[in-house]
Design a protein. Structure first.
Length: 158
């Protein structure tokens, strides 16, 4: 268990208390007042406080609203945001493969070549598994859980 710094825990409490509106949003100007400095130099303190809120029980997650501030994420937002996370991972793996493939293998030792080949395979696997799949064309064929349970009950199954 990590020990929270008191000023970070206090900042996290103030952020939650300052959430406003139906969408639980907090503007950059409000955050600057809470932090006591402009966001650019205070970004580290803000990120640590938001990370602590993410680890809290119950967790509170935020996403950035460009040119405004931050918004508390609801469950649907978290799921929708995961697609963006997967795209970032796939892009990172693609960049890693491109950089790795620029190495001149003729000057590498056998061990270094093996290491490069292994990492190239890892990058390819990560990129392939993180690639987004178009779910929309399959959604119409996937039955709703409630419908499946009703069908089971209607046939006499428990």
């Amino acid at each position: 268990m990590f020990e929270k710094r008191p000023h970070i825990a206090d900042l996290a409490r103030k952020i939650v208390a300052a959430l406003t509106g139906v969408n639980d949003e907090i503007s950059d100007s409000t955050l600057e007042q809470i932090i006591g400095m402009p966001i650019d130099p205070g970004a580290y303190v803000l990120k640590v406080a938001l990370r602590d809120l993410e680890r809290a029980d119950p967790p509170i997650l935020f996403r950035r609203i460009r040119r405004f501030g931050w918004k508390r994420m609801q469950d649907r937002d978290i799921v929708a945001n995961s697609e963006g996370d997967l795209k970032k991972i796939a892009r990172g793996a693609r960049r890693g493969r491109r950089r790795l493939n620029k190495a001149r293998f003729d000057v590498l030792t056998n061990g270094e070549q093996l290491h490069a080949a292994r990492n190239n395979t890892r990058f390819a696997a990560i990129e392939d598994s993180a690639a987004t799949i178009r779910v929309s064309k399959f959604e119409s064929t996937i039955p709703d859980l409630k419908t499946v349970l009703e069908k089971i009950k209607s046939t006499g199954g428990e």
